[in-house]
Design a protein around this ligand. Sequence first.
Ligand code: BG6
Length: 492
Amino acid sequence: MAAIIPVDDFDCVVFGATGDLTLRKLLPALYHRFRDAQFSANCRIIAAARSDLTDDGYRERAERALRDHVAADDMHQETLHSFLALLRYARTDGAKADGFGPLAKLLSDDADRVRVFYLATSPDLYGTICRNLDKNKLITPQSRVVLEKPIGHDLESARQVNDEVGGVFDENQIFRIDHFLGKETVQNLLALRFANVIFERLWNADLIDHVQITVAETVGVEGRGEYYDHAGALRDMVQNHLLQLVCLLAMEPPLDLQADALRNEKLKVLRALRPMAAHDVGHLTVRGQYAAGAVHGKSVENYATDLGRPSNTETFVALKLEFRSWRWAGVPFYLRTGKRLAQKVSEIVIQYRDVPFSVFPREAGEMQPNRLVIRLQPEEGIQLHLMTKDPGPGGLRLRPANLDIHFEEAFSIRYPDAYERLLMDTVRGYATLFMRRDEVEAAWSWISPILQAWEEAGDKPRPYASGSWGPTAAIGLIERDGRTWYEAFEEN
Ligand code: BG6
């Protein structure tokens, strides 16, 4: 049974309140937490944006968004009505120190309650909004600021954003969101590794041959072309989400789950990544860009058409990373992520080594090494691939079989969206699932030389048909090492 632990009353101020993230993710997440009575009707959600709207005008937009993004079964008229009553609108120009009047007025009545400033705006504004919050004396000891990724565009700009925000908020008031960490199945990696004795001793170079991480999407750039074209897949997905998965998979057991204990271990992983030298980038990474094709039988255009102009930005990246550490030396991690691929699936594959010696005759059949497959989405679950005896007469023949858990079937519970957990954690001041400044910068330190080498080489991304698994060079990347991408999900 899920346990709902109520949080203290709070004011949550959302900058960028008319934007896609707020309407598609933040409001539905808050609605669900309110519906489950995790916070009371005394809380306020203050929408801050530049548009000229009234409270009721904003509530109408919010209601439309909730109807679009919350399952009909979860929408209850009375709850919806009470939830909309928590919303206030404060016309705010975050870029201007004198653009905070209505917000300051709203906040003036209670300086003691928890105050969450959620910056769902363009990252260029993070520093300015924080400075202006300070100038308007809106930052109280009980305040926190939540920053969406991307924090910066490279190491230098990330440092600048961190300096600017850090100039007015203490590090323990800054919550840098990577929403992958809020996914139930990503947190389940901690349970799998540290609440079971059978994996941890086998979680190293002695028995693991390699690790694969696939985060595949079927969507294109949708309405986010301007942001995405400036970022590309390496910055948009690898610098944060995929490297966070690498951290949780590769880290040493933390002392406990306090924020710093966990983040110290993740930081060590990032620092143990072997830096990619410029002359290696060409063969250790593959960039791709989607061409026209069909996804789930529906024809789609190429990236340039979606964007409205030609571009050299990658919508797919595959890479091989290696570690400088005792636990992982010699165990490559192969990562790939892209848009307009054949399926939406996020999956981690831990590929174990071959048995050292086979006692079975050749006629027993091919022996496949063990594999642990962790499916993050959809159909969250874990499979352990084993060899078993093929039942019945005919000698001792081998046959692969799976131990299989499907979480939704096993626990019959709706999987909450990542933002639900993360928003409540910011109110509680619980920072374990957020990134610390040094982590973000360590991730950029590893990524920046790759970006630089790509830029210097001036290569164009390789085209791949929409609905495929990316450019063929991505297959070459792993097959060169005598390995293959695990693609069992294609069978589903
Ligand atoms: C976001 C990226 O952080 O994550 C998007 O900016 C991507 O480009 C999204 O589509 C994927 O998240 P999820 O939760 O749908 O796997």
